[in-house]
Design a protein around this ligand. Structure first.
Ligand code: UD1
Length: 364
């Protein structure tokens, strides 16, 4: 019998599920893996399974890309018969992508317990599609595993009982620690070590790439930064499409900007580890740079991961060049924030989940 049906869908889910599947196998907790197919390009999906040793999904729903409504609905429709066939004791979802809420909602309405890993993070920005996914998933989850202590007060404010919440630490950092030694050095990915040093950039949030004026200013800012050090930019497919749509593709070719296709986990880890700084609008990179002690400029007005600001190496600037460039210069001059490692970001979060969950399954 399958005790836990685990769900992944999009790139940031894969590094979270890897240590969980391994910890479940060790406990043992019997688990199966469903991939919704939200991300499907080999570079956005398969390469992570290979590099991180994630078991092949037992089921792939192959939903692909669509509007939020259609994608979420397609996942729900495809997931329901899988749940009916498997009849697990609980469904485990991670993170905040559309696959997370879609599968949680199907399970909850069938009376199947829902477990949410990375619960309680809040940007308090309803312009972000993920914020709806976070709030709604937490409301219907029976068991909520959190990565940082700020998550609990967020959940309590929303009326969630403390007994449902368990602080376990950060499973994504389990993966980082387990793979750091195997990270591909930046000079190998780039062909040679950039003499000036390099910045790693990622950009894909709708708030940054969908508005042509904002995207133009951001790309111009990267071109300014590229005068001082190499800007290594593994570009997300939605960002490339937006730049082309808005007639901004030429800015991606600015001198010193090195455009790369989406990178594998080990390549990305090496690029970040060896960087002078990272500029990003990703949630995961804010945490990974904190774990690596590499300065991070977050191109957003807010973060749902405040510990990366208070303890880590992260600084928020939003997309405004007048905030980004002084912060960049400060990092070049002083080396920037190095921060310290947050509590329970120690490589053992998934083991804590498995140990707690074994007890919970035996008691419910
Ligand atoms: C999704 C998540 C976001 C996460 C991001 C990481 C939601 C709401 N958003 O955003 O939280 O930070 O993943 O990448 O779930 N595409 C491809 N190949 C793929 C997948 C997507 O080319 O394998 C392109 C398609 O043009 C697609 C677009 O990327 O329309 C957006 O994909 P989607 O899954 O809708 O959202 P992301 O922007 O990737």
């Amino acid at each position: 019998m399958t005790e836990i049906l685990c769900v992944v869908g999009a790139r940031p889910n894969f590094m979270k599920i890897a240590p969980i599947m391994a910890a479940f196998a060790a406990k043992p907790i019997s688990a199966k893996l469903v991939h919704t197919g939200q991300h499907y390009d080999p570079a956005m999906s398969d390469s992570f399974f290979e590099q991180l040793g994630i078991p092949r999904p037992d089921v792939n729903l192959e939903v692909g890309s669509a509007s939020h409504a259609v994608q979420t609905a397609d996942i729900m429709r495809a997931f329901e018969p899988v749940l009916d066939a498997e009849q697990p004791r609980a469904v485990l979802v991670v993170g905040d992508v559309n696959s997370t809420i879609a599968c949680a909602l199907v399970a909850a309405k069938k009376g199947i317990k829902v477990i949410h890993v990375e619960a309680g993070l809040r940007s308090y920005d309803r312009g972000m599609p993920e914020e709806f996914n976070r709030v709604l998933t937490d409301q219907i989850a029976d068991l909520l595993y959190t990565t940082e202590r700020s998550a609990l007060p967020n959940l309590l404010r929303e009326g969630i009982a403390e007994a449902r919440v368990q602080f376990v630490g950060n499973v994504m950092i389990d993966t980082l620690r387990a793979h750091l030694e195997r990270a591909v050095p930046a000079e190998r990915t780039l062909g040679a070590k950039p003499a000036r040093g390099h910045a790693v950039v990622t950009l894909h949030r709708p708030s940054n790439v969908d508005d042509p004026a904002i995207l133009r200013r951001l790309l111009e800012t990267l071109a300014t930064i590229a005068r001082e050090l190499d800007v290594v930019f593994p570009i997300h497919p939605r960002t490339r499409a937006a730049a082309e749509r808005h007639g901004l593709a030429a800015l991606l070719e600015a001198p010193g900007v090195r455009l790369l296709p989406p990178q594998g986990y080990l390549e990305m880890l090496g690029l970040m580890r060896d960087a002078t700084l990272v500029l990003t609008d990703s949630g995961g990179l804010q945490e990974e740079t904190t774990a690596l002690g590499v300065p991070c400029i977050t191109l957003r007005e807010n973060t749902e991961r405040p510990i990366t600001l208070s303890e880590g190496s992260n600084t928020l600037t939003g997309p405004d060049p007048e905030k980004i460039l002084p912060c960049f210069r400060e990092i070049l001059a002083s080396g920037g924030k190095r921060g310290r490692i947050p509590e329970y970001w120690d490589g053992h979060a998934a083991e804590r989940i498995a140990a707690h969950l074994r007890g919970w399954l035996d008691s419910v």
